[in-house]
Design a protein. Structure first.
Length: 290
């Protein structure tokens, strides 16, 4: 690429950056609540080129996730703003944002960055509306619940032999010192309402010892939720199922390896080795959800 083309691309990215961030004349408040780096739009376009090579939404999502292999693991990337905003960071990922961003990129079939932002907002916020810290989905079962109701995913755990997962989820509201942003009464009410919504749903999980027995029913691109050993927390980790040498492995953003990797151990062995995880839930992307 010559200097003139490089400068043209950079100017285009900057123009896109300020165009998307500009307040909408239509009064759409969500467009004023966005935070991203121009490099993110360049990464998005690169990942879109990966996605368009695939035929189905599942294969698109998994291909995008694989293209993130080696990307740095960084936690807390959504927490940098005093005011809640749609944060886009494709340069640094954690286990949640890897899954979320890969799916949102795959869903954006026409390659328009603004459409990607809309898809991401629909996945990340209750009802797709940004209205403070409490409007963001903070429990991954909540994320799954909304995505399933939106017909993006199917929770297959029960059908694959899962047993009841009985917990009272209130990890965040029970720890206000750890989450200072919930100190506002309206935020605390929103989080408590979200926990109530999650607790009203019947959840199932596959215990650690049973994963190997259902391994052949797990497909490439299935979203794997690793259940938490903490009494009031739902999910400890998540990633994508990837088949290698006849076994399912986990493609995930690893806090230990500090980057996106595919687990060396098959999923069943990997979960058994994790002290803070008790089993898995399995969600499958619906092919018609794009």
């Amino acid at each position: 690429m010559n200097i003139r083309v490089s400068l043209t691309l950079m100017l285009g990215l900057l123009l896109l950056h300020f165009t998307v961030l500009a307040p909408a004349k239509t009064g759409d408040a969500n467009r004023r609540l966005q935070d991203y780096n121009p490099l993110d739009s360049a990464i998005f376009m690169e990942k879109q080129q990966v996605a368009v090579q695939e035929a189905t939404l599942v294969s698109k999502t998994l291909a995008v996730a694989k293209s993130f292999l080696g990307a740095p693991y960084v936690t807390g990337t959504l927490e940098g703003n005093a005011r809640e905003q749609l944060v886009v960071n494709l340069r640094q990922l954690d286990c949640w944002t890897l899954v979320e961003c890969s799916l949102a990129i795959a869903q954006t079939g026409d390659g328009v960055f603004g459409d990607y932002l809309s898809r991401l907002r629909q996945l990340r916020y209750w009802g797709g509306t940004i209205d403070g810290y409490g409007s963001r989905i903070h429990y991954f079962t909540g994320w799954l619940l909304q995505a399933e109701k939106s017909e993006m995913l199917s929770d297959l755990t029960r059908d694959l032999g899962g047993i009841p997962y009985r917990k009272k989820i209130n990890y965040i509201t029970a720890r206000p010192a750890k989450y200072p942003r919930i100190n506002k009464p309206e935020t605390l009410r929103a989080l408590a309402a979200a926990e109530k919504r999650i607790n009203a749903h019947s959840w199932f999980y596959i215990p650690q010892a049973k994963i190997s027995a259902i391994e052949q029913q797990i497909e490439d691109g299935d979203i794997i939720l690793l259940t938490s050993a903490k009494r009031d927390l739902d999910i400890a980790h998540q990633g994508f199922a990837v088949r290698q040498n006849g076994h399912v492995h986990l493609l995930h953003a690893s806090s230990l390896s500090k980057k996106v990797i595919i687990s060396k151990q098959p999923l069943a062995q990997y979960v058994l080795a994790q002290k803070g995880q008790t089993g898995i839930m399995i969600a499958r992307i619906k092919s018609g959800s794009d």
